[in-house]
Write a protein that binds this ligand. Structure first.
Ligand code: U2F
Length: 562
């Protein structure tokens, strides 16, 4: 069956069900963004010009909202608790539905079992009938539940699973044996899935797929209107839960800010002002999402205190014409040095409250400064007040951008694909030296599988500096690391082609390989394809990095990826 773009969201709202505050929040969000979504779906439909798309049967099992996993989020929806995950799930549901797929949505173990075809009370046995879904979107909680209730079928079908994983899972933590041997074992990792099956909230590491979410997009007239109604002395603080306001040193920088601007907050409270929020702050209490957007439309500045990490709100602020001011973290926060990230399956170094805003957006919309340096902080505020900025939303966070990305994933990474990528690794190196001899490119004479995705023509192989991950190496060349291309450069000849001298070449399990220890002329190839990793570096190795181009504003897709 062909998938047909949908032109109405009413059926989706019915599918989502009722009875939880989190579900009401998600439905309200979908209703509020409906016009934007529908318009975006029409645009993408035109862009794809009738391209053949199969309708997929998709199960969406939101594990963290099940009672069986504790559902700690639902009761906090109206109390300032985390909403980022629900924002993302609402958007995933809307996108999959509009693309025309057939969906089932579950938020309880009972519904999950009945959709999978596990008779109640039967426990951990293989499914009696074939799995009726091409794809299952879930999270780490849901994954655990599926493993417990599908017996051996879990292994059989695991390539169909997609795991929505806010902060990401790096290959070193995903590979069970390696994680255990090398101390990368955490509460969440070691599922031995293909790393691209994990889908993140921001494009953290290209080892995972970037799923994202959306923010409201303004048309020309709205942008103009907002710009002329900005109050240049109005700041909104990022943080809807009072605990976020407990940061040390807050008095100092809030006092400086208060010299120049009127400070607003949207902090949840029950009866009286939370003691953490100073008296000079105008607190509106937790606002419904669309009212929060209205507040951002008037404000000039959105200011973060360092927590929450990597949420949606800064993108919404910037989309509504605010400047986002945030703290630089020096040293960066990570699972090695910060409680919040401890146990998360990544060693990613978080250099500020919102690294995406810092790296992908930057000035004039985003200022990342040292909050311990009062002069730097004060100077930033003065400049921000004087600077005119346009509302800005990266394409990948628009409804059309998200639809386009999910469409591409479903077309190309569908079903078993992540487990058996198109083109087999060729016996000889398919690579050739670039004209200026700085890197390798796909050789014009090498055969290529026209169905391989991303298309191999976009590959460039660069050698990293020591201390640089492939993520960083590709970034420095204006490219992005593409883990599915590692298999083309994991070959002895490639070192030779790059004029790297190898006195010895070994195949070993190490997430930094292929790499060379230059001073001792030792070359290493990767023995375990699951460990191919864009993330990771150390002082000893220069890594071979597979990079590719990307679309401006849509880093997940290469130029010829659609
Ligand atoms: C992040 O979760 P948060 O919920 O803390 O993220 P925020 O950036 O604060 O924004 C979530 C939404 O809350 C909305 C706002 C955002 O879309 O429109 N909102 C609101 O409805 N009313 C208000 O008064 C203020 C904001 C992150 F997303 C999670 O993945 C992390 O687990 C969490 C911890 O780092 O941070």
């Amino acid at each position: 069956v062909q998938a047909a773009f949908r032109s109405d969201l009413a059926r989706l709202l019915e599918l989502i069900g009722t009875g939880k505050e989190s579900l009401s929040f998600m439905k309200k969000r979908i209703r509020h963004l409906a016009q934007q979504w529908l318009l975006a779906a029409r645009r993408l439909e035109q862009k794809l010009k009738g391209q053949q798309r199969d309708q997929k049967h998709i199960l969406i099992h939101i594990g963290f909202l099940t009672e069986e996993s504790g559902d700690v989020f639902s009761p906090r929806v109206l109390k300032g608790g985390p909403l980022g995950e629900m924002v993302q799930w609402a958007d995933i549901l809307a996108a999959l539905f509009l693309l025309g797929h057939s969906l089932r949505v579950t938020v309880s173990l009972k519904e999950l079992q009945s959709h999978l075809g596990v008779p109640p009370g039967r426990g951990n046995c293989p499914l009696t009938n074939p799995l009726p879904f091409d794809l299952i979107y879930t999270d780490y909680h849901g994954l655990q539940q599926m493993k417990q209730h599908m017996g051996l079928s879990f292994k059989k079908y695991r390539c169909r699973v997609r795991v929505i994983d806010t902060f990401g899972t790096e290959p070193a933590y995903n590979h069970e044996e390696y994680a255990t041997l090398r101390g990368y074992r955490t509460n969440w990792g070691y599922w031995n899935l293909q790393p691209t099956q994990f889908m993140t909230m921001f494009p953290h590491t290209p080892d995972n797929s970037f799923m994202g979410f959306v923010s409201e997009e303004l048309n020309k007239t709205e942008k103009q209107f907002i710009k002329s109604n900005k109050v240049s002395s109005m700041a909104v603080v990022y943080g809807k839960e009072a605990s976020i306001w407990k940061v040390g040193g807050k008095e100092k920088f809030l006092t400086i800010l208060n010299k120049y601007m009127e400070i607003h907050g949207t902090v949840y409270y029950e009866t009286q002002r939370p003691p953490e929020v100073p008296a000079f702050v105008k607190n509106h209490g937790l606002l419904p999402q669309h009212e929060f957007q209205q507040l951002l439309r008037k404000a000039k500045l959105f200011i973060g205190f360092g927590f929450p990490y990597e949420g949606p709100a800064p993108l919404e602020a910037i989309a509504n014409g605010c400047v986002f001011l945030q703290a630089r973290f020096n040293p960066p926060h990570s699972s090695l040095n910060h409680e919040f990230f401890r146990g998360k399956p990544t060693s990613r170094e978080v250099s500020s409250q919102h690294p995406y805003a810092e790296d992908f957006i930057g000035k004039p919309h985003v200022w990342t400064v040292d909050y311990n340096n009062s002069e730097e902080f004060e100077a930033a505020i003065k400049t921000i007040m004087r600077t005119q900025v346009d509302p800005y939303l990266p394409y990948e966070y628009t409804c059309e951008g998200m639809l386009e990305r999910i469409h591409a994933y479903i077309q190309h990474q569908v079903g078993e694909h992540p487990c058996s990528p198109g083109q087999p690794s060729l016996p000889l190196s398919p690579l050739a030296l670039s004209p200026n001899a700085t890197h390798l490119v796909w050789s014009p004479s090498a055969s290529r599988d026209p169905h391989a995705w991303p298309p191999v023509d976009s590959l460039q192989v660069w050698v990293s500096e020591t201390r640089h991950a492939c993520t960083e190496t590709c970034r420095r060349h204006g490219l992005v690391c593409e883990p599915t291309f590692f298999r083309f450069l994991n070959k002895k000849e490639v070192f030779l082609q790059l004029s790297i001298t190898c006195d010895s070449t070994e195949y070993e399990m190490n997430h930094l390989y292929p790499a060379v220890a230059e001073n001792v002329h030792e070359c290493y190839l990767q023995k375990e394809p699951l460990l191919f990793s864009c993330a990771g570096y150390n002082t000893k190795y220069r890594r071979l990095c597979p990079c590719r181009d990307y679309r401006k504003g849509q880093v997940a897709l290469c130029r010829d990826c659609l």
